[in-house]
Design a protein around this ligand. Sequence first.
Ligand SMILES: Nc1ncnc2c1ncn2[C@@H]1O[C@H](COP(=O)(O)OP(=O)(O)OP(=O)(O)O)[C@@H](O)[C@H]1O
Ligand SMILES: [Mg+2]
Length: 458
Amino acid sequence: MSDDPRDNDPNKTAPIADPTAGDVNAPSSVEDAERKLQEAAKSGTNLDTLVGRLVVEQGLATSDEVKHCLELRRQSDEDESNRSLMALLVERDYVTKRQLTRLREILEAERQGQKIPGYKILGELGAGAMAKVYKAKQLSLNREVAIKILPKKYSQNAQFIERFYAEGRAAAQLNHPNIVQAFDVGNTGDTYFFVMEYVAGRTVHDDIQEHKRYPEKEAVNIIIQVAEALEHAHAKGLIHRDVKPKNVMITREGVVKLADMGLARAVTDLEAAEAEKGKAFGTPYYISPEQIRGEMNIGPPADIYSLGATLYHMVTGSVPYEGKNPSAVMHKHLKGELVPPDHVNPKLSPGISEVIEMMMARSSRKRYQTATDLLVDLRALKKGEQPPIAHKEVLAADDLASLAAAEAAAQSEGIPEDATEGSGRAISDILLSPPYMILMALLVISVILNIFLALYSR
Ligand SMILES: Nc1ncnc2c1ncn2[C@@H]1O[C@H](COP(=O)(O)OP(=O)(O)OP(=O)(O)O)[C@@H](O)[C@H]1O
Ligand SMILES: [Mg+2]
């Protein structure tokens, strides 16, 4: 077991994000922003030159406005001439403090060699365990995109690089309104990046953090859209492998988009290869048992399990299995008893509980085998009807359970007191039956005849 502190957060795929990542708070003062910017820049860089270039590049101010500020400083008295270009830009409202934070992020990205030809980085969108995601402009098409930039460590691994391109190509074949569209994969030097549709909105994870629980109807509507995305991907032979609330985005118009299609495989396989033998990856709260076991054959039911765990979290406000670290959570996915969702939230309909329990069946054979089947039940739930597939399973399970209970009762009671009586009655029934009596009569007659014959023959 590694002693990496990242191993202690079951919500993460592997390493947790850099604590400073995603810091969108505006600096408390211009001096603070200057200090941070200088830290982000290469040492010895002239801050004014840097600020001047960045604000123009980012379209925050024109080069004339920058020149104007520099001119003002030259003309001003001794005190004023000590003031930085940044302070003057803020004072004249060309740049806000919040925009200065963005400049720092951009500078950091550039410093890490994340200048991607053909794209202009506009700011950071978020950071996950493996990578940072930036908003950018694709210059050729003048459109906004999101770019996921992977850490340089991946560039050392030939298997990862091969898979990264293969999965990127596969993901680019997908075209579905509920899948974040993959546009491009590439590398610049040893930095690998994935360009995708920019989704202005939030993730289901953000919502859970904020409101805790989703109303059943809303959750079903969201999950239907994800299931439709999976149906499309599975039909093209692509398994997501990392379905979870953080990868389900919702646009401002309420359209659901499944993110990171095609990325999980490239990354988790690399991690799995690098990890100690037998150590499974994937976000433990939502990972399927077969992924934990490191099985080779990961099919659609694995995504269905993770989607079930996501739905469980959405409607109950709790993850299906909680534990003090990832391995404790994973152990429960393999061996723990799932608390039925309607026991956690009694307001849930029995139907949705049946569906979730079938999605999360421990054995992949007992789950929905396809997203198409799952959609049959989800659409029934949406109409307020009983989910036909899951309900049938429950009935069959009930029958089996009552049969098993009857057998168990028979065994535990041992030989019933009236059993001998019962069998005695059965024997007397046989003794009194007409064929038996005729047979007995014939036997008696034959014995008597034989005795007579024996006596007369002497
Ligand atoms: N296409 C996109 N459009 C807009 N924002 C995005 C897009 N993709 C990702 N993001 C934002 O970037 C954040 C980081 O995404 P990333 O996929 O790196 O990590 P994650 O899925 O949140 O978590 P983890 O790395 O633990 O799996 C997301 O939480 C989301 O807010
Ligand atoms: Mg993601």
